[in-house]
Every structure is written in structure tokens, then in C-alpha cells.
Design a protein. Structure first.
Length: 252
């Protein structure tokens, strides 16, 4: 019993650290700033942050959500993303039931999807630098299960890309405007690489359910929804991929 508890705690702590990195990347990538190199700095005054300013959640609380140099407000998105990273780590540990390899690959998937969902949710953008590695890590995870499984997941990646690319092409031909972004087919290919071609329908069903939930929330909280409204479908696909990976294809 002690070992699983230790694993859950360590996975959660690692998730906090990864979440802090994800929060930084989600800000730097859209600004075309270096992701790996360069010191973290205040977005208001540019002052380089000290080591104790970078402790996940703790620093934000100790600084009372203010920059130590200029007093500018620090958005709560940073500790929330760090806590989300921790939650994914804990979820992966509980799902893995002591299997370190399963815990590791599940956490990697969750953290990748978190970053992808953040970028798409805030900027309506699915950059190749995030979606293409999802295909690679998915096939790498499948390789751990044997070469036969890799073939199934490779087919899943191909079918996933072809399906959404064809839907986007047909929609644009019929409606005369884009209905899906160029990154959605690649993201769906990444989903196929992780869950295989049998899991793709479930990913779409979960994604549609998530999309309907967002639309319902819009109707309740703000106004009528029109065809001109944009929905970050990549966020929905990320939710669908995560749930399908954890709980398997619906009906199986």
C-alpha cells in the first residue's frame, strides 16, 4: 500500500514541475520566444525571476500574485496550469495501478494534451511543433506493446488524419469557408497513434460531447450562438483522446 501512495505523491509533484513548464511554453510559444533557452521573466517589467520565484504554486501564493520587482499582477492561470499538471500526474498514477511504464506514458500523453488544449483554447492554433510529436509519442507508446500493435496504431494515425482532412475539404467546398483548422487533422492523427483506429470513433464522440457542453454553457451564460462563433475543436479532441486512452473505446 505504501508504494502506490509514494508513486501517486511523486507523480503529483512531478506534475507540478511539468505544469510550470507547460505554463511557460503556453506563453512563450505564441510570442515566438525561445522555449528552452532564456531565463523566465516578468511579462510586465522584464525582470528576470529568481529561483524561489519559480516554485510551482508556492511562489504565486508567497508573492500574493504580484511581481516582486514591479508589483504587477500575476495571472492565476499559472498556478491553475501547474495544478492541472499535478492532477494529470496523480490521475496517471491512479490509472496505472503501480505499473510505472503505464503511468509514465499516460502522464506524457496527458501533459502533451494539456499544452495543446491551452494553445488552441487561447489562440485557436494547433502548431505542428506540438501536434506532430503527439504522433511520435503515440507510436512510441504502442511500440512498448509489440510490433503488431504499432501497425494498428500507425493505421490509426493515417485514418485519423485522412478523416478530418476529408471532412475539412468537403466542408470548405460546400460552404465556401473553413470549418476546421489545418492542425485538427494532425491532432486527430496523433489521437489515432495513441488509441489506434478502433478508438477514433470514441475520440470523436467524446469530442462532440465536449463541444456540445461548451455550446450549452455559452447559451446559458451569454447569448445565442451563431454560425460565426469559433470553437477550439482541438480542445475537444484533446478531451476525447484522453478519455479514450484511459477508459478504452466506447462499447468495447
Amino acid at each position: 500500500m505504501a508504494q502506490p501512495v509514494f508513486i501517486v505523491v511523486m507523480a503529483g509533484l512531478l506534475g507540478l514541475i511539468v505544469g510550470s513548464f507547460i505554463a511557460a511554453v503556453s506563453v512563450r510559444l505564441p510570442r515566438s520566444e525561445g522555449v528552452v533557452g532564456g531565463r523566465s521573466h516578468c511579462m510586465s517589467c522584464g525582470t528576470a525571476l529568481k529561483a524561489w520565484h519559480l516554485v510551482p504554486v508556492f511562489s504565486w501564493l508567497m508573492l500574493r500574485a504580484r511581481c516582486a520587482a514591479c508589483g504587477a499582477a500575476i495571472s492565476p492561470r499559472y498556478p491553475l496550469i501547474e495544478l492541472a499538471g499535478m492532477g494529470i500526474g496523480i490521475w496517471a498514477a491512479l490509472h496505472g495501478d503501480g505499473n510505472l511504464m503505464l503511468i509514465a506514458v499516460t502522464a506524457v500523453l496527458g501533459w502533451q494534451l494539456l499544452l495543446i488544449a491551452l494553445i488552441d483554447g487561447e489562440h485557436f492554433w494547433l502548431p505542428d511543433v506540438l501536434t506532430l510529436p503527439l504522433i511520435v509519442t503515440g507510436l512510441g507508446a504502442a511500440l512498448l506493446g509489440g510490433t503488431d500493435l504499432v501497425l494498428t496504431h500507425l493505421i490509426g494515425a493515417a485514418v485519423g488524419f485522412a478523416t478530418l482532412w476529408l471532412l475539412a475539404f468537403l466542408y470548405e467546398r460546400v460552404r465556401g469557408r473553413q470549418g476546421l483548422g489545418g492542425g485538427d487533422p494532425i491532432l486527430f492523427a496523433g489521437a489515432g497513434a495513441w488509441v489506434g483506429w478502433l478508438g477514433l470513433p470514441s475520440v470523436l464522440l467524446w469530442a462532440c460531447a465536449a463541444g456540445f457542453a461548451v455550446v450549452a454553457a455559452w447559451l446559458v451564460t451569454r447569448r445565442a450562438v451563431s454560425g460565426a462563433d469559433r470553437l477550439p475543436f482541438g480542445v475537444c479532441l484533446a478531451v476525447g483522446t484522453w478519455l479514450t486512452w484511459l477508459y478504452g473505446p466506447l462499447g468495447f
